[in-house]
Design a binder for this molecule. Structure first.
Ligand SMILES: CC(C)(COP(=O)(O)OP(=O)(O)OC[C@H]1O[C@@H](n2cnc3c(N)ncnc32)[C@H](O)[C@@H]1OP(=O)(O)O)[C@@H](O)C(=O)NCCC(=O)NCCS
Length: 170
């Protein structure tokens, strides 16, 4: 699977991506806004475990963000189940060296187009920590609408925060 964007490619994870994954993911400014399963420090062991776990994807939902043949970030979907089974959530991160170039806005748009064309979903949502206006801006630029603020929904690094719920419909 490969989706060509402007200045980056979304593609599958290769076993030899672990070193560049570890290098770009190992940053507390990134983990601060993600689920605790994206740790800091981000060890080589964790990187190997991640790429190993993604060698077979059915359906294909987890992309590496490739710039100049190096993995510099990730973008993925989680498919919900039961009555939420037509909804996916989206998550993403980018290595700090690449921030501020519009890469993630374009990557989210490309990923959303892929999801609506290839996954059986009609809604994509994202929960953004209140201290992350950059990510809210990315979603707004990619066409998401803020639907709700879930008060005190999250505890991250021992700080309780609101979560802002964004969504885009097919
Ligand atoms: C959030 C993240 C993915 C953004 O990637 P990026 O490629 O730098 O984003 P873009 O360049 O496409 O867009 C960033 C936008 O946020 C804006 N921005 C930056 N800092 C901001 C701030 N403090 N407040 C408001 N907007 C801000 C930029 O100006 C830009 O908007 P513009 O094009 O209108 O000027 C990246 O910073 C990251 O990986 N952060 C850590 C992990 C994370 O937060 N993941 C998302 C979890 S929901």
């Amino acid at each position: 699977m490969e989706l060509k964007g402007t200045g980056f490619t979304l593609r599958g994870w290769n076993l030899n991506d672990a070193a560049s994954l570890q290098k770009h993911a190992d940053n507390p400014k990134i983990s601060a806004f993600l689920m605790d399963r994206f740790p800091y420090p981000y060890t080589m062991e964790k990187a190997v475990e991640w790429v190993n776990s993604l060698q077979e994807q059915h359906p294909f939902v987890n992309f590496a963000i490739d710039v100049d043949d190096q993995v510099v970030g990730g973008l993925g979907f989680e498919l919900k189940d039961d009555v939420y089974r037509k909804t996916a959530s989206i998550g993403y991160w980018l290595g700090e060296d690449y921030w501020g170039r519009g890469i993630m806005t374009r990557a989210v748009s490309l990923g959303v187009d892929y999801a609506f064309s290839n996954l059986d979903v009609i809604r994509i949502q994202a929960g953004i920590l209140s201290k992350n206006p950059t990510s809210m801006r990315v979603l707004e630029k990619a066409g998401f609408i803020k639907e709700a603020v879930m008060r005190n929904a999250v505890i991250k690094n021992n700080v309780i925060m609101d979560e802002h719920l964004y969504a885009i419909l097919k």
